[in-house]
Design a protein. Structure first.
Length: 179
Protein backbone atom coordinates (compact mmCIF):
# COMPACT_ATOMS: atom_id res chain seq x y z
CA UNK A 1 0.00 0.00 0.00
CA UNK A 2 2.84 2.32 0.68
CA UNK A 3 4.15 1.89 -2.84
CA UNK A 4 0.78 2.84 -4.30
CA UNK A 5 0.70 6.06 -2.29
CA UNK A 6 4.21 7.01 -3.32
CA UNK A 7 3.32 6.40 -7.00
CA UNK A 8 0.19 8.55 -6.56
CA UNK A 9 2.23 11.30 -4.92
CA UNK A 10 4.78 11.21 -7.76
CA UNK A 11 1.99 11.30 -10.34
CA UNK A 12 0.33 14.26 -8.64
CA UNK A 13 3.67 16.08 -8.45
CA UNK A 14 4.16 15.36 -12.14
CA UNK A 15 0.68 16.78 -12.88
CA UNK A 16 1.45 19.89 -10.80
CA UNK A 17 4.79 20.28 -12.55
CA UNK A 18 3.11 20.09 -15.95
CA UNK A 19 0.50 22.59 -14.84
CA UNK A 20 3.19 25.05 -13.70
CA UNK A 21 5.11 24.56 -16.95
CA UNK A 22 1.97 25.34 -18.93
CA UNK A 23 1.34 28.42 -16.81
CA UNK A 24 4.92 29.60 -17.26
CA UNK A 25 4.71 29.03 -21.01
CA UNK A 26 1.46 30.95 -21.20
CA UNK A 27 3.02 33.73 -19.16
CA UNK A 28 5.90 33.95 -21.60
CA UNK A 29 3.72 33.80 -24.70
CA UNK A 30 1.00 36.22 -23.57
CA UNK A 31 3.09 39.39 -23.94
CA UNK A 32 4.13 38.30 -27.43
CA UNK A 33 0.50 37.65 -28.35
CA UNK A 34 -0.55 41.11 -27.19
CA UNK A 35 2.53 42.94 -28.50
CA UNK A 36 0.70 43.92 -31.69
CA UNK A 37 -2.16 45.42 -29.67
CA UNK A 38 -0.90 48.98 -29.44
CA UNK A 39 -2.98 52.05 -28.80
CA UNK A 40 -3.39 53.91 -32.07
CA UNK A 41 -1.70 57.30 -32.28
CA UNK A 42 -4.30 60.08 -32.17
CA UNK A 43 -3.65 62.51 -35.02
CA UNK A 44 -5.39 65.78 -35.86
CA UNK A 45 -4.97 66.95 -39.45
CA UNK A 46 -5.07 70.67 -40.14
CA UNK A 47 -6.05 71.96 -43.56
CA UNK A 48 -3.06 72.46 -45.80
CA UNK A 49 -2.32 75.89 -47.19
CA UNK A 50 -1.68 76.65 -50.86
CA UNK A 51 1.02 78.80 -52.38
CA UNK A 52 1.40 79.54 -56.11
CA UNK A 53 4.65 81.01 -57.37
CA UNK A 54 4.27 79.69 -60.93
CA UNK A 55 3.63 83.13 -62.40
CA UNK A 56 1.00 81.79 -64.80
CA UNK A 57 -1.16 84.48 -66.35
CA UNK A 58 -4.49 82.62 -66.21
CA UNK A 59 -6.35 82.86 -62.88
CA UNK A 60 -6.66 79.32 -61.51
CA UNK A 61 -7.80 80.21 -58.01
CA UNK A 62 -11.07 78.25 -58.17
CA UNK A 63 -9.34 75.17 -59.63
CA UNK A 64 -6.64 75.24 -56.99
CA UNK A 65 -9.15 75.68 -54.15
CA UNK A 66 -11.06 72.64 -55.41
CA UNK A 67 -7.85 70.63 -55.75
CA UNK A 68 -6.68 71.65 -52.30
CA UNK A 69 -10.01 70.55 -50.81
CA UNK A 70 -9.77 67.22 -52.69
CA UNK A 71 -6.15 66.90 -51.51
CA UNK A 72 -7.34 67.19 -47.90
CA UNK A 73 -10.06 64.58 -48.41
CA UNK A 74 -7.64 62.14 -50.09
CA UNK A 75 -5.10 62.70 -47.31
CA UNK A 76 -7.69 62.05 -44.59
CA UNK A 77 -8.97 58.97 -46.45
CA UNK A 78 -5.44 57.62 -46.81
CA UNK A 79 -4.67 58.09 -43.13
CA UNK A 80 -8.01 56.76 -41.89
CA UNK A 81 -7.26 53.34 -43.40
CA UNK A 82 -4.33 52.81 -41.03
CA UNK A 83 -5.09 50.96 -37.80
CA UNK A 84 -2.09 52.58 -36.07
CA UNK A 85 -3.70 56.02 -36.49
CA UNK A 86 -6.86 57.34 -34.90
CA UNK A 87 -7.87 60.57 -36.64
CA UNK A 88 -9.57 63.22 -34.53
CA UNK A 89 -11.36 66.21 -35.97
CA UNK A 90 -10.31 69.73 -35.14
CA UNK A 91 -13.12 72.05 -34.00
CA UNK A 92 -12.16 74.57 -36.69
CA UNK A 93 -12.75 72.14 -39.60
CA UNK A 94 -15.91 74.01 -40.61
CA UNK A 95 -13.89 77.16 -41.29
CA UNK A 96 -10.31 78.00 -42.15
CA UNK A 97 -8.11 75.59 -40.21
CA UNK A 98 -4.49 76.21 -41.24
CA UNK A 99 -1.27 77.30 -39.61
CA UNK A 100 -1.96 80.84 -40.83
CA UNK A 101 -5.58 81.01 -39.71
CA UNK A 102 -6.20 80.47 -36.77
CA UNK A 103 -2.45 79.93 -36.32
CA UNK A 104 -0.20 77.21 -34.98
CA UNK A 105 -0.74 78.02 -31.30
CA UNK A 106 -4.54 77.87 -31.64
CA UNK A 107 -4.37 74.74 -33.79
CA UNK A 108 -2.22 73.02 -31.17
CA UNK A 109 -4.66 73.98 -28.41
CA UNK A 110 -7.61 72.73 -30.46
CA UNK A 111 -5.82 69.46 -31.24
CA UNK A 112 -5.06 68.90 -27.55
CA UNK A 113 -8.70 69.67 -26.69
CA UNK A 114 -9.72 67.03 -29.26
CA UNK A 115 -7.41 64.55 -27.42
CA UNK A 116 -4.86 64.39 -30.23
CA UNK A 117 -1.30 63.44 -29.45
CA UNK A 118 -0.01 64.59 -32.85
CA UNK A 119 -0.86 67.41 -35.25
CA UNK A 120 -0.25 67.28 -39.01
CA UNK A 121 0.26 70.67 -40.71
CA UNK A 122 1.38 71.49 -44.21
CA UNK A 123 1.39 73.41 -47.44
CA UNK A 124 1.03 72.59 -51.13
CA UNK A 125 3.27 74.82 -53.25
CA UNK A 126 2.83 75.12 -57.00
CA UNK A 127 6.19 76.18 -58.36
CA UNK A 128 5.27 75.74 -62.03
CA UNK A 129 2.83 73.88 -64.22
CA UNK A 130 5.12 70.87 -64.01
CA UNK A 131 6.49 70.98 -60.46
CA UNK A 132 4.70 71.05 -57.12
CA UNK A 133 5.85 70.51 -53.55
CA UNK A 134 4.15 69.22 -50.46
CA UNK A 135 5.79 70.44 -47.27
CA UNK A 136 4.44 69.00 -44.02
CA UNK A 137 5.31 68.35 -40.41
CA UNK A 138 3.88 66.18 -37.68
CA UNK A 139 4.13 67.80 -34.26
CA UNK A 140 4.18 65.92 -30.96
CA UNK A 141 1.76 67.94 -28.84
CA UNK A 142 3.15 66.66 -25.54
CA UNK A 143 6.41 68.55 -26.03
CA UNK A 144 5.53 70.85 -28.98
CA UNK A 145 8.34 69.44 -31.09
CA UNK A 146 8.25 68.04 -34.62
CA UNK A 147 8.32 64.27 -34.94
CA UNK A 148 9.07 64.69 -38.61
CA UNK A 149 9.40 67.45 -41.16
CA UNK A 150 9.11 66.28 -44.76
CA UNK A 151 9.35 67.78 -48.20
CA UNK A 152 7.91 65.89 -51.18
CA UNK A 153 7.71 66.82 -54.84
CA UNK A 154 5.13 65.86 -57.42
CA UNK A 155 4.69 66.45 -61.13
CA UNK A 156 1.76 68.11 -62.82
CA UNK A 157 -1.04 70.51 -62.03
CA UNK A 158 -4.01 68.21 -62.60
CA UNK A 159 -6.63 66.66 -60.34
CA UNK A 160 -4.91 63.28 -60.65
CA UNK A 161 -1.45 64.69 -59.85
CA UNK A 162 -2.77 66.35 -56.70
CA UNK A 163 -4.69 63.19 -55.68
CA UNK A 164 -1.57 61.06 -56.11
CA UNK A 165 0.44 63.61 -54.13
CA UNK A 166 -2.09 63.39 -51.28
CA UNK A 167 -2.03 59.58 -51.30
CA UNK A 168 1.77 59.56 -51.30
CA UNK A 169 1.79 62.10 -48.47
CA UNK A 170 -0.51 59.87 -46.40
CA UNK A 171 1.76 56.86 -46.94
CA UNK A 172 4.82 58.95 -46.07
CA UNK A 173 3.21 60.18 -42.83
CA UNK A 174 2.37 56.58 -41.89
CA UNK A 175 5.84 55.31 -42.70
CA UNK A 176 8.05 58.09 -41.34
CA UNK A 177 6.09 60.20 -38.89
CA UNK A 178 3.93 58.05 -36.63
CA UNK A 179 5.96 56.18 -34.00
Amino acid sequence: MLKVQSAEVRFRLFECGQFFLILMGAGLLAPAAFADVVEPATLAVADFEFRDTSGEVRDQTAEHEARLKAFGVALQDGLSGNQKIDLVALPCQAEQCTIKDPGLVDLSKQAKTASAKYLLIGQVHKMSTLVGWVKFAVLDLSNNKPVCDRYLTYRGDTDEAWRRAAEFTARDVEKHCIP
